[in-house]
Design a protein around this ligand. Structure first.
Ligand SMILES: [Zn+2]
Length: 398
């Protein structure tokens, strides 16, 4: 049994508690809800007291572990279309051992950075074994794409085979089949995934409005994504020049009543957010700001999402488009660009919201009795202002 305390304790399920105390048993389970020492008329002995903030373990809802071997290999700031083209070229010619080592190092980096749960996108089974052995908890999104309607069956069958494979061999791993992005599937393929998702009650995670080019693709005939389709041999896409904004164009092709996470949202504006909130029952918006800076040097309109009280989650994206897989580094970027967002809110995005979206909140996401959320200490913080700083670091307490 350990009793931990810090300048402020952020249970997330309730407001931060000054000098709050949490009691954890030997298995890592929270023994009772956070104690506010100012409300006690007795004192508790044997407390480990730290400088800084205590919070639950981080939840990374968007990663591509299998792309870890591309760390530092793709040119920065070159735009989404060039990123995808470079990625496709670099995917060839790397041996499996190198890929497996890079994925392992990435998994370790996440663990030592305080991440306890990962929503991970897969196009292959390359990381399945690693995930089985990992101390982290994973939800795997088997990602499917094919803009050519003729290729819908083959793409879906490939995804289904991976889905069945992970179901058979995994300890405790959940999975779903998910569309890649609004512009990269045919109506046929979207509908196959939609039927499957509704039947299984699965969760969906789709890249969304990562760049302005995506809006262009749906609203006009030209743009880099159209060119990219040509390059990959797709002559006509079902959604090119559909005349609607991306999500409006594909909304009927997604399971709207299932939990849906939209990832990136760098080019989302007021009308996009309103449409999504009105049409999807259980919606989450995932930010991966450091990946947006890497590819586009552009960030989502954080203030807009915050003011509209959207449910936000945090992702790192992959090492192909990020220099680290650190949720703390992502939070620092948001804090530096939107310092008016309270730390309690940022930490909610990085913990409980992600756990809820991934349907793992019975165990993770907040410091509450009966959960096993992991316990982190944020050091080098501004206690008076209750803010993180550029120098904040994370230490794993449990
Ligand atoms: Zn991604």
């Amino acid at each position: 049994m350990r009793k931990l305390s810090a300048d402020y304790l952020f249970p997330i399920s309730q407001h931060p508690v000054k000098n709050g105390i949490v009691i954890i048993d030997d298995r890592g389970m929270i023994n009772e809800n956070v104690i506010d020492p100012s409300s006690l008329d007795y004192s508790i002995s044997d407390i480990e007291k730290y400088n800084g903030f205590i919070c639950p373990g981080f939840v990374n809802t968007h990663c591509h572990l299998e792309l870890s071997y591309l760390k530092g290999k793709i040119t920065e700031h070159s735009g989404l279309d060039k990123f995808i083209i470079e990625l496709e070229q670099l995917r060839k010619g790397v041996n499996e051992k190198e890929k497996a080592e890079a994925a392992y190092n990435a998994e370790q980096e996440m663990m030592y950075g305080g991440i306890v749960v990962v929503g991970d996108i897969c196009n292959s089974n390359a990381t399945f074994e690693l995930k089985n052995k990992s101390r982290l908890t994973f939800h795997t999104f088997i990602e499917s794409f094919a803009s050519d309607p003729q290729k819908a069956d083959r793409a879906f069958e490939k995804a289904l085979a991976l889905y069945n494979e992970i179901g058979k061999n995994s300890n405790n791993q959940s999975a779903s089949i998910t569309p890649h992005a609004p512009y990269s599937l045919s109506k046929n393929l979207f509908l196959k995934i939609k039927n499957f998702t509704e039947e299984k009650g699965n969760i969906i995670s789709i890249h969304h409005q990562e760049s302005e080019e995506e809006n262009k693709f749906f609203l006009s005939k030209d743009g880099n994504i159209k060119e990219m389709h040509f390059r990959f041999g797709v002559e006509k896409s079902d959604f090119c020049n559909s005349g609607s904004r991306p999500l409006a164009a594909i909304a009927d092709y997604i399971a709207k009543n299932n939990p849906v996470q939209l990832v990136h949202n760098t080019a989302s504006v007021d009308v996009d957010i309103d449409f999504a909130e009105q049409n999807f029952k259980n919606l989450y918006w995932c930010f991966c700001p450091n990946a947006n800076l890497y590819i586009l040097q552009k960030l989502p309109d954080f203030a807009l999402f915050y003011n509209k009280k959207c449910k936000i989650t945090m992702g790192t994206d992959s090492l192909a488009s990020n220099k680290s897989l650190s949720i703390l580094n992502e939070l620092k970027t948001i804090w530096a660009n939107a310092p008016f967002i309270p730390l309690h809110e940022l930490l909610t995005w990085a913990t409980l919201n992600g756990a809820k979206f991934l349907q793992l909140n019975e165990k993770f996401g907040s410091i509450e009795k009966g959960k096993f959320p992991g316990v982190l200490l944020l050091e080098n913080v501004n206690v008076e202002k209750m803010q993180i700083t550029r120098d904040t670091s994370v230490r794993i307490l449990i």
